[in-house]
Design a protein around this ligand. Structure first.
Ligand code: NAG
Ligand code: NAG
Ligand code: NAG
Ligand code: NAG
Ligand code: NAG
Ligand code: NAG
Ligand code: NAG
Ligand code: NAG
Ligand code: NAG
Ligand code: NAG
Length: 756
């Protein structure tokens, strides 16, 4: 009974979702209610207005301190098609200081103005008609193509549109083209940082325009200058990476402000300026690495920055630890003041050389204040309390120092000590010269995690260099440790990681170079696909299967790839397939952004239904993607192609219909007519269909796949594949739950698997 109820609910929800997706509008009219199931999409589709779920208070223990916000986000970050990580950060939030407890929030324009209503709480008034004596009808709310949410009045007798309220007047931490920073008679436009990486409430920093010195200033709590652009925006102009940002100063009687336009390039789509919660200002884009607007050290180009007290040094940072204060000198003192934020508390401690850390337990969580850790303590005692402790990671420091010192060789070997596998650290200088300063001619492609460049080492060896887009949020030591693990994954069907390079904030991975590009380049190209006869394709399928089996089973890490697709299968000089981009989920620890229900890693069309719909992931989801790839390799058609049967269907559906009617050979790429072995081809199609079964439990494991490929195991008959019905979804999910538990035991990180 319960199950069937849930099922009905699921179907209703699915319907709603589809209805909403179809009815993408950019306008909310008077009298209409915009609730947490609705969306407005700007003309052009770049931005979406919706309610999102996001952390709202510091020090959450259980990860459950989430609330709902009315937010504007890049549409692509909601559909997963943007690839990168950073686009998921909300552009704007209406109620950053007042999260809504549940999904009851609704935006309406009523007789009083524009407001968000909710159950069990006061409405949040965004605009009030009375305050401005403005007209109260013919009002609408429009999400404009620029990302500006505008409440406007339209007088149809004069054709005049009046703006009553706009989100651009209330920026959060993001400065978009078209926004203003500065002053008018009745408005101040400034940015204010988030409280932390994941909490949107206003934090410690503000970005303001200083019209006297014509400079941008980041203020720490409006008291201390943390950063300036230098007079006349000098630093902004100087930095090469920011040359596409064209700032213009405007000063007239009423207004003094600065705004910018972007020089159009192929990269401008998500370009914007964002102030991070720690006060740093970034030029941000999805695939190109973020760049600071100012290199950050006080000696450079007029940039000023607040320096910590003498007792703290560069690598020091806060780290969450369980500690017990030791008798008798367990002195810790506290201030009980609700308006002292986490940042303030940490900052007060930072400046006090006696302070070792701040308490991060429930008291703080419930707003009681800030405790300082003063006396000696013991780490790692389970009876202890949770503190944010200031640590000095020696290795991290030395790695940093190494990266910035003149003594660093061009290539430094990093021994992990265990079984002698080495990882190279390449100097930024070497990488720059190898790629000719990342010149566009050396750009090999743009992957989900950043652009990839070809490089030539002084020895003549060709390498592929992936510039990671920001968002890994990892410290250097953790990053290096992950890379050492990943470098240990060695298999002929995996692309080999040679090393890495760190330049300031920028992280780069260096891989062996694959001269024959990726499989999609051949399979989806009319003429190139002729170069791959059946025996080559079969060998490629076997190779991918072996590589995947290794990742799932024989490597100690048990890697789930999560983004398998033909463009991630690279080909060496002998056309051997090599899986690339594995282990990226480990490098991109995404737990911080995970609460955002809408962020799902992976490429649509290759994603297993349980992942696309539920965000649950297992090795069987990789098997699903493998099945889609097999069908693509056999047919030469993209999964995303449309096929006409008795109705339009996708490749998986088409393969199924042909198989059901005993006409599977019609699926086969015509260029394979002469070279293919009918038995092998039919086996591959059937196996492909088995891999895309609806239920993960019905899909074979990769070892089954290999046994079936080489004839050691009989193929069962496939069932109707995924996405054809909503049948049994609930049941499947509960089974997937169980499967997940087992993977937990085997040491996989759950935070990577559960996007909800
Ligand atoms: C939102 O409103 C629609 C009607 O437009 C309703 O069917 C749906 O249940 C509402 N969703 C929520 C979460 O309240
Ligand atoms: C819109 O304004 C016109 C006058 O400008 C008025 O006649 C009309 O009733 C208004 N429409 C609505 C829906 O309020
Ligand atoms: C303005 O629009 C309203 C309906 O929205 C209509 O009744 C009225 O006639 C229009 N007025 C003019 C001058 O077009
Ligand atoms: C308003 O605009 C419409 C269409 O652009 C035009 O036909 C109409 O004459 C305009 N009305 C006024 C009062 O300007
Ligand atoms: C804008 O800021 C200035 C200086 O910081 C302040 O004097 C003024 O009152 C502010 N105006 C508004 C409307 O907030
Ligand atoms: C920058 O923008 C201004 C006006 O906004 C324009 O006049 C100028 O040509 C632009 N400069 C560049 C280099 O694009
Ligand atoms: C609490 O902290 C705020 C901000 O630091 C400060 O302005 C205020 O005076 C403090 N209140 C008390 C009672 O100490
Ligand atoms: C693969 O690369 C090798 C070496 O660059 C080249 O000789 C060969 O022709 C390429 N094969 C195909 C099918 O392009
Ligand atoms: C999980 O492991 C238990 C015990 O090892 C086993 O009985 C169960 O079948 C496993 N579940 C799945 C879904 O593999
Ligand atoms: C565009 C398209 O048809 N993509 C499909 C690829 O395959 C998956 C799984 O069958 C579908 O969900 C996608 O819709």
């Amino acid at each position: 009974m319960l199950i069937s109820l849930k099922l009905v609910l699921l179907i209703i929800l699915t319907c709603l979702w589809i209805c909403c997706a179809v009815a993408a509008r950019n306008t909310l009219n008077q009298g209409e209610k915009f609730n947490s199931s609705h969306r407005l999409v700007s003309k052009g589709g770049l931005f979406t207005l919706l309610f999102i779920k996001q952390e709202y208070r510091p020090f959450s223990w259980d990860g459950k301190d989430f609330g709902f916000y009315l937010a504007i986000q890049y549409t692509d970050s909601l559909t997963g098609s943007s690839g990168g990580e950073d686009v998921s950060h909300p552009i704007w939030l209406a109620n950053r200081e007042d999260a809504i407890a549940d999904e009851s929030g609704a935006l309406i324009i009523d007789a009083t103005g524009l407001k968000i209503t909710r159950h069990g709480g006061n409405p949040i008034q965004l605009f009030s008609f009375h305050s401005t004596n403005s007209p109260t009808n013919n009002i609408s709310l429009v999400l404009q193509g620029s990302g500006n949410l505008v409440l406007q009045h339209y007088a149809n007798n004069s054709n005049i549109t009046t703006i009553l309220w706009q989100s651009f007047d209330y920026p959060t931490d993001t400065f978009l083209p078209g926004m203003k920073l500065g002053f008018s008679r009745d408005k101040n436009w400034s940015l204010s940082s988030w409280l932390s990486q994941s909490i949107p409430a206003p934090g410690a920093f503000n970005l303001k325009w200083d019209p006297l010195q014509e400079r941008l200033v980041v203020w720490l709590r409006d008291e201390m200058v943390y950063w300036t652009s230098g007079e006349n925006l000098a630093n902004i102009r100087l930095a090469d990476s920011n040359k596409d940002y064209n700032f213009t100063k405007v000063s007239n009687g009423d207004e003094q402000y600065v705004h910018y336009t972007l020089r159009p390039t192929w990269l401008t789509k998500y370009r914007r300026m964002v102030m991070n919660y720690d006060g740093d200002l970034y030029a941000r884009d999805v695939n190109v690495l973020d760049s600071y607007f100012c290199a950050g050290d006080s000696t450079k180009g007029g940039c000023e920055r607040w320096e910590g007290p003498k007792c703290r040094s560069n690598g020091d940072k806060y780290e969450m630890k369980t500690v017990t204060t030791t008798y008798p000198s367990s002195t810790s003192h506290s201030t009980y003041n609700k308006s002292v934020t986490l940042y303030d508390c940490k900052d007060m401690c930072w400046k006090d050389c006696k302070c070792l850390g701040v308490y991060a337990g429930d008291d703080y969580k419930y707003g009681l204040g800030c405790h300082f850790l003063i006396g000696p303590y013991v780490e790692g005692d389970i009876r202890g309390d949770s503190y944010q402790v200031i640590t000095r990671p020696q290795t991290e420091k030395s790695l940093l120092e190494l990266m910035t010192s003149d003594e660093m060789g061009e290539i430094t070997e990093f021994q992990d000590g265990n079984n002698g596998h080495n990882l190279n650290i390449y100097s930024p200088k070497l990488i720059n010269s190898a790629t000719n300063c990342f010149s566009p001619e050396n750009l090999l492609g743009k992957g989900g995690f950043g652009p990839v460049f070809k490089g030539t080492m002084p020895s003549g060896q060709a390498v592929a260099i992936k510039r990671l887009s920001r968002g890994s949020g990892q410290g250097l030591v953790e990053f290096k440790n992950e890379l050492i693990l990943i470098a240990k994954l060695q298999h002929t069907n995996l692309v080999r990681l040679l090393g890495f390079c760190i330049q300031g904030e920028e992280k780069m991975l260096v891989y062996e170079y694959m001269p024959n590009k990726s499989l999609d380049f051949f399979i989806f190209d009319e003429s190139k696909r002729k170069l791959l006869d059946w025996s080559m394709r079969f060998r490629i399928i076997e190779g991918i299967a072996q590589g995947l089996l290794y990742l799932h089973k024989y490597s100690r890490l048990r890697i789930i790839h999560r983004d398998l697709k033909l463009s991630n299968i690279l080909l060496d000089e002998n056309m051997n397939p090599k899986i690339s981009d594995f282990g990226m989920a480990r490098i991109y620890k995404t737990s911080e952004v995970e609460p955002n229900t809408n962020r799902i890693v992976g490429t649509y069309g290759y994603m297993a239904p349980e992942y696309a719909m539920e965000g649950t992931f297992s090795v069987k989801s990789d098997v699903y993607s493998f099945g889609v790839m097999m069908l693509e390799i056999v047919s030469g058609k993209k999964n995303t192609s449309n096929f006409q049967f008795d109705r339009p269907i996708n490749l998986v559906g088409y393969a199924w219909e042909l198989w059901k009617h005993g006409a599977s050979l019609e699926l086969v790429d015509p260029t394979l007519k002469d070279s293919c072995s009918k038995n092998q081809v039919l086996k591959c199609i059937t196996l492909g269909l088995l891999c895309v079964e609806d239920s993960p439990l019905d899909r074979p494991t990769m070892s089954d796949v290999i046994s079936m490929l080489n004839g050691e195991m009989q193929l069962p008959l496939p069932k109707r594949p995924a996405f054809s019905t909503a049948r049994n979804m609930v049941e499947i999910n509960s089974r997937v739950e169980k499967e997940k538990e087992n993977y937990t035991i085997n040491g996989l990180s759950m935070s990577e698997m559960d996007a909800r």
